[in-house]
Design a protein around this ligand. Structure first.
Ligand SMILES: Nc1ncnc2c1ncn2[C@@H]1O[C@H](COP(=O)(O)OP(=O)(O)OP(=O)(O)O)[C@@H](O)[C@H]1O
Ligand code: SF4
Ligand SMILES: [Mg+2]
Length: 336
């Protein structure tokens, strides 16, 4: 990779934030004297993804991973901050006629392949739809040929084009949604738990196809997963989220070999050790706080074994410490 490409990431999120207004209807609020309620689903997330690389986002349910995904594909507009794609302000571009061009370059793969495929359509029409919508191909012969190529690129047969989604297994259906996502020659794929709904035996197969496509087509991925073993397999960088914020961002090897943030350590302690069978795993302790009433100071303080008075009043910010970015007072103070 040249210095110029290394300097400009394909994706740069800067202070990305999304707040949902989850207040009761106005009349109820007035009659019951209830205040407006805001839920900060994503609260100031910044990261870069270099072309051809994978950033994985991990964290417990409700920490804002899918909201980040939806912001990056333009399904949500940010409440604050933004993201640049290939040097341009993506959310400004999404609102213009050129936004179509950008949407072609950024595609999303969802968790449930069955829900995201129209059951009444043949695979041919499902995979061809983005090509038609973006006006890339229109002739029946061209479309058939391109859909055949796309199906082959995910290990299916061109003959599968005439079948319906219910005639496939879960893993095959997810491969159809990958073929569809690839139809417009995207550069950036946002993958929200793409294998979580699949049997363990087929997860690896789908992940390997995704890695292979990445190598061959130079794709860039944002990869969301609960499963740290999956993350270890696919990622280059890993971002750990807690209650809408990134608490640690590091390259994969550093994060798995020497996690810094107490929350990252808790997540890693909970997974079975492959090489270190002597050590018992420690289940994740405590629960994620109510996002409508987050704790003051560090949001992790009620569950943190290293919390002190400063942690209960002052929110830590992400600092670069030894090549890793960590938001923790104890790490910054050298206490842990
Ligand atoms: N459209 C919405 N309206 C209101 N609140 C929302 C909306 N979407 C998400 N939330 C809330 O925002 C927070 C983050 O949700 P999000 O779906 O991004 O989390 P997640 O990390 O993807 O969780 P999971 O692992 O369960 O998929 C949660 O508290 C959720 O309830
Ligand atoms: S800032 Fe304090 S409470 Fe938060 S993770 Fe670090 S030590 Fe724990
Ligand atoms: Mg989610």
């Amino acid at each position: 990779m040249s210095d110029a490409t290394a300097a400009q990431p394909l994706v740069r999120a800067t202070d990305l934030a999304k707040t949902f207004d989850v207040s009761a209807p106005w009349l109820n609020r007035v009659l019951e004297r209830r205040p407006r309620q805001l839920l900060r689903a994503v609260d100031g997330v910044s990261f870069d993804i270099q072309r051809g690389q994978t950033l994985a986002l991990v964290g417990e349910s409700g920490c804002g991973k899918s909201t980040v995904a939806r912001l990056l594909v333009g399904l949500y507009a940010p409440t604050r901050g933004g993201f640049q794609f290939d040097g341009q302000d993506a959310h400004a571009a999404f609102r213009t006629p050129q936004g179509r061009q950008l949407r072609r370059r950024i595609q999303m793969i969802f968790q449930d392949p069955y829900a995201s495929l129209n059951p009444r359509w043949r695979v041919q029409d499902i995979v061809a739809e983005p090509l038609v919508e973006h006006g890339l191909l229109s002739g029946a012969g061209e479309l058939r040929e391109r859909v055949g190529e796309l199906l082959q690129s995910v290990g299916l047969s061109p003959l599968d084009a005439s079948r319906f989604p219910h005639q496939f297994s879960g893993g095959q259906r997810q491969r159809i949604s990958i073929a569809r996502a690839l139809a417009t020659h995207p550069e950036f794929l946002v993958c929200d738990e793409p294998t979580s709904a699949l049997d363990v035996s087929v997860q690896a197969q789908v992940l390997n196809i995704m890695k292979d496509l990445q190598r061959r087509q130079g794709l860039t991925y944002l990869f969301i997963s609960h499963n740290l073993a999956v993350v270890r397999h696919v990622s280059d960088q890993v971002g750990v989220m807690y209650l809408g914020r990134l608490v640690e961002l590091a390259d994969k090897h550093t994060l798995f070999d020497s996690p810094r943030h107490p929350y990252t350590r808790m997540l890693l302690d909970a997974i079975p050790k492959i090489h270190d069978t002597g050590r018992a795993r420690t289940p994740v302790q405590g629960e994620v706080p109510n996002p409508l009433d987050p704790p003051a100071g560090c949001a992790f303080n009620p569950r943190c074994p290293h919390a002190n008075e400063r942690c209960r009043v002052e929110r830590p910010v992400l600092h670069a410490i030894g090549g890793v970015r960590v938001a923790c007072h104890a790490v910054e103070e050298g206490r842990i």
